[in-house]
Design a protein around this ligand. Sequence first.
Ligand code: ADP
Length: 602
Amino acid sequence: MNLPAFSELRATFKASKRLLILLWRVDKWLFIGNAISVSVPAIVPFVNAYIYKLIIDLVVNVVSGLPFQYDQLYLLFAIRVGTLFIQDAAFSAQNYFEMLLWTKFPVHLYQSVLSKLANLDVQYFEDSSFKDKLEKVREAYAWRPLNMLSFLFYGYQSLLQFVIALAAIATLNWLLIFLFLLISIPTFVNQTNYAKITWGLWQQNSPYRKKFWYLSDLIQSGYSVKEIKIFQVASRFLSELQDIYNKFVKDNTKVARKQFRTNVALNLFGVAIYIGIEIFIILSAIARKISIGDISYFTTVLSSFQNAVNGLFRNGSSLFEAGLYVNEMFELLDTKPKVIQPDKGVKIKVDKPASIEFRNVSFSYPDSEQKVLDNFSLTIESGQKIALVGENGAGKTTLIKLLARFYDVDSGEILIDGNNLKQLDLPTWYKTLGILFQDFIRYEYPLKDNIYFGKIYEPENIKDIINAAKLSGADSVASQLPKGYNQMLGKTFEGGLDISAGQWQKVALARAFLKDAPILILDEPTASIDPKAESEIFERVENLSEDKTVIIISHRFSTVRNADKIYLIDKGKIKEEGSHEELMKQEGTYATLFNLQAKRYK
Ligand code: ADP
């Protein structure tokens, strides 16, 4: 039996303190209500037991031939009615406040965790150890802290009961205190240790749980059903799920068995002491050291004590277990941003595209040895239209992520109108960037909102939305939908319709166009759109963006041929650069690839 590490106990203590402070801040009446309503049921049973003792002693007096004192009896019963009523009322209040707690507090937790996640750097979401942590917190953050609060309040109730019972028992014989403490300690340690083991298992199993959720999502979600059917992979996934499940069952059974054995031994020990004290009480009465009423009183104190001890163990170990989870939640809430923004950032002009310069930039992703960019330099003048082409994995998207400061460069600089990107006020910088990422969002919202989200910080203007849709071809999507711009998209919500990949892309493009940012960056914007529609879109983009800087990443060489300058990126370096004509003349890789693609389209 090993004791929980001091650091873990301290962590639980810290989490408890923080959680209670949080509850106090969210709603102090809820805190006070819970605290009072759990205190009363801890105190009243002792008062009741004492009154009952007085009543029995009155009866015993009569039986022994003394005159019956009716006044005292009435008074005692009146008090008894009062205390029983208070106790019942406290139970009702306890339910009421607990329900309020479970209604009010989760909203706050959701808000805190989700707003934290919404504000965390993109790089966290590309980091698998952070994702592990997030997975753990995600499973439990809405209910574990509430559980913990319950354990705290009920633990406090048991503690109060424990202390009162100890004091009451001490009036019989103070040595009895030690007997009880004796049985308390090993059980407490056992329970706490159990919590630690289950927590250890949970942590250790984290990769399996991740796999479990991944596989169940894969089977449950609609997007993968087509492939799963055709490739007939379901049985493989199901058997993997079963294996993981078997492992969970085996591990947990092992812990439960171990705990069962220790518990049985400890219970035996506890019962022996309990009976010993009962005998002590009876013997004290026979020796006339205490009254007959006292037998009832001390027996009640004894069973209350036993209840309190059980409650303390149960709540204590559950508290410890919950504390470990809740700590993870607090750790997540304490996650510091990695991209540090300057206190007073440079606010660049938002009405005109800034010039962009990558100067000797080198970059590797965290936890990766591979240099994605190695001493990379590239200048984009204000209003220039450039294209980045190159194989998958060449580093094109990484350039955009660096430009959006999702990551900081390892060395070198990115200069925006001559200012280091690290000195810029990011919200202003983002206002000037309209980026359509490859993995854009398909919002399950009406078509109109899907576009409007591009300019959410301004009031909705349907005219602008339709103009943007016309530019991207989403207008023709709207005309094919029964409810036009008000058509709910996606299959999740009632009345929703799914649209094709190319149509989604047009909607996403419209969103980027609506933003009307001076710098427009499109990463594979037309991968799912047919070449004819694509060339129409780009014609319109060129007209739209005379004074804008445009950066297009594409695999399709026809998409980029009109760019002022085309950069062929290879393994994080510029291999060839120039206009389409210049590059064709060079007869290098660009020319070879262009001819290869052109042949396919002929
Ligand atoms: P491209 O856009 O040219 O296809 P990327 O910029 O996406 O290429 O990727 C460049 C390289 O960086 C690839 O080798 C890729 O595996 C790696 N990479 C991309 N994203 C990450 C990431 N989040 N963590 C680690 N490596 C990454």
